[in-house]
Design a protein around this ligand. Structure first.
Ligand code: ADE
Length: 247
């Protein structure tokens, strides 16, 4: 069976899962703690990365090189970039794109080698998409069956499979949103870690799944919508989805 490296950017996103880990050992590498053990008999190493691409890449590298994980899983929040993607909806990434990388002025310019990762775009393997999708689907079945007393009964998220955009910015304006969508119209949502983990996973040929719950519309109200979702909803939702990755 696979040893999973589970990453979240903020404590609200994954830290409650610590209570599910059996034979827990906590290791410190650099600035971060790594929670190693098993959930339902499956090996896991959980880590809070912190925000942004560098934090995420550093965490992923340690999970691979020190803990020898066989797959990386990221769960967290994202801002919607599409009209039909509502707050609370869930996106399973089929590709991860670093939307803030722009090398276009060098494109085709003679004598300059094309970048190793053209477009800084990282496809998610079919099997890794499937594993994430199955957990998310089971979560919505459980919602329908009223299995979560502390989650609002009205909560009926739609599941989407699509491109997730990553950049070192909290997007909080229509203008900022438009700029991203203009260059990457395929993006469903925007966040700050996924495609960095995707790049490290590609470096080491390790599968990587990203699951994002929409917390805001990346518009002028994004900061307050995000904060409300963070403090009221995310920890209940993301922990239940994370658990279902280990059944
Ligand atoms: N994560 C959640 N909402 C976000 C936003 N609007 N921009 C970047 N990352 C986010």
């Amino acid at each position: 069976t696979m040893k999973t490296g589970l990453i979240g950017a903020m404590r609200e996103e994954i830290l409650l899962l610590e209570h599910d880990i059996q034979n827990l050992k906590v290791h410190q590498y650099g600035a971060r703690k790594f929670y190693e053990g098993t959930i339902g008999g499956k090996e896991v190493v959980m880590c809070l990365s912190g925000w942004g691409k560098v934090a995420a890449a550093s965490t992923a590298t340690t999970l691979i090189n020190v803990f020898n994980v066989d797959q990386l899983v990221f769960i967290g929040m994202a801002g919607s970039l599409m009209e039909n993607l509502q707050i609370g909806d869930i996106v399973v990434g089929d590709q991860l794109i670093q939307h803030d990388v722009d090398l276009s002025r060098l494109d085709g310019f003679h004598g300059i080698e094309p970048p190793f990762y053209k477009k800084f775009r990282f496809p998610v393997r079919q099997a890794a998409q499937r594993r994430a999708l199955e957990a998310v689907k089971q979560f919505t079945y459980n919602l329908h069956d009223d299995k979560y007393p502390n989650i609002n009964k009205q909560y009926r998220p739609k599941i989407h499979i699509g491109a997730i955009g990553t950049g070192d910015q909290f997007v909080a304006s229509q203008k900022g949103k438009d700029k991203i969508v203009e260059r990457h119209p395929e993006l469903y949502c925007t966040e700050m870690e996924g495609a960095a983990i995707g790049q490290v996973a590609a470096d080491y040929n390790v599968p990587c799944s990203v699951i994002r719950i929409i917390s805001d519309n990346a518009d002028e109200e994004a900061h307050s919508t995000f904060a409300k979702f963070l403090f009221e909803d995310i920890s209940k939702i993301s922990v239940e989805i994370a658990r279902l990755m280990f059944v």
